[in-house]
Design a protein around this ligand. Sequence first.
Ligand SMILES: C[S@@+](CC[C@H](N)C(=O)[O-])C[C@H]1O[C@@H](n2cnc3c(N)ncnc32)[C@H](O)[C@@H]1O
Length: 486
Amino acid sequence: MFKYTLDNKRYHTLNYYYNKKYGCKVFKVSLNANFSCPNIDGTKGYGGCIYCLHGSGDYYKENTDLLTQFNEVKEKLHKKWPKAKYIGYFQANTNTYAKVDELKEKYELILKQDNVIGLNIATRPDSISNEVLNYLSELNKRTNLVIELGLQTIHDNTAKLINRGSTLKEFEDCLDKLNKENIDVVVHIINGLPYETKEMMIETAKYLSNKKILGIKIHMLHILKNTNLLKLYLKENFHVLTKEEYVDIVCDQLEYLNENIVINRITGDPDKDELVEPFWLTKKFGVLNEIDKELKRRNTYQGFNRSILNKVKQLCENNLKPNDIAVDMTCGNGNDTLFLCNLVNKGFVFGFDIQDIAINNTKKLLKENNLKNYKLFKENHKNINIVLNDYKGKISLILFNLGYLPNGDKKITTDHKSTLYALKNSLDMLNNKGIILIVIYPHTEGKIEEKEIKSYLKKEKILYNEYHNTDNKNSPYLIEIKKKLI
Ligand SMILES: C[S@@+](CC[C@H](N)C(=O)[O-])C[C@H]1O[C@@H](n2cnc3c(N)ncnc32)[C@H](O)[C@@H]1O
């Protein structure tokens, strides 16, 4: 099960993060500190981002003083959660866009309230001056500070269209500066921006998955009354994502995002009176449920696509039943053998490896996990048909994780000759529904193995699927072979 959740989600929840970090319930209290925005006052542009109303975010009582705003929310929450802690969330407009003295006055006022443990400050990547950065850096040393940076998209053409007034380069520079000061960053992105394709939205998530960020907020584009976005929509009638499309894209994005990135938000919460489209957004829990359901249906989770070995595990889970027999053709350190033993807990696993160290490591790992449903052979896997002669036609899954022993002698590696023999001999060992999984690595011998395996499968007209988890041609990938011959 996915570990960064307290409630069976398949993504890293904010609730989990707070609970782990603070050991209690934590609430973010949204605040409007009446800051301006450089994209409204003419410094960067006029009119703001085209989707923006009231400085983006939930509904704000603009002229209510900060403390009243804070206390109103806190009092309500306190009745139900007397032990909760609070984070002041400066949300409306650009909350670092003012003189340091003004920022200090407003931030510190909230920080000194009882049970406030930190601040989240929403801002634009082009609006943190060096002076402000120095103050933030100092603040970061004495409280839990998070800067929430609006990126929205990595595509500068879209950024232009939505009058964002800020580029990817500015985001990168700002993130670098905040990273250097060790200030936590949560990045906001929007799905469904006009004319963006699914691929473009996924690229934004892929880009962020390798950045040093604490979290991400994923929004669906709201088309609100009295915005320039509504005017554009009425004029050009661009496609608005359906709920199904949104859920599909979010699940794809989650599969690419590093599992350490905390998902601060996964759908919006628009004000019904202001919302024009899409109306499905008003049923927030419906959207959340659909995301949970879709990840469950796919049998995937956040970060799934970051390693091809997750796909291996998924196919094992989808194909093996508890009573089945499986074979690990390359035990190595025993991780795959362990996984298979747990999966076929009423069945049996055979393991092969040519190295003593690999057999010993695997034995140790299985023993530590109190498993007994296995037998290991220090033997070349090409002899599977001889060693397991009694099991011909009875095996459900045969796994090859080619290459060399992780942390072992890199000179001892699987080689194309025995791999090919082993593959041929394995085909006879499978039962009718059996499959063979082969993870191929792109080192020199791996490339020869790949070529030999594929030309054999082609020659014999054996059907197979390929699974790649990245566009990088030099990444390991997976071949799935079904016994069924054409
Ligand atoms: C990439 S590692 C396997 C990783 C392993 N499944 C794990 O979870 O740690 C490949 C292993 O294949 C073994 N090996 C190489 N040639 C072999 C052969 N002909 N028969 C059996 N094992 C072989 C190596 O000794 C090495 O331990």
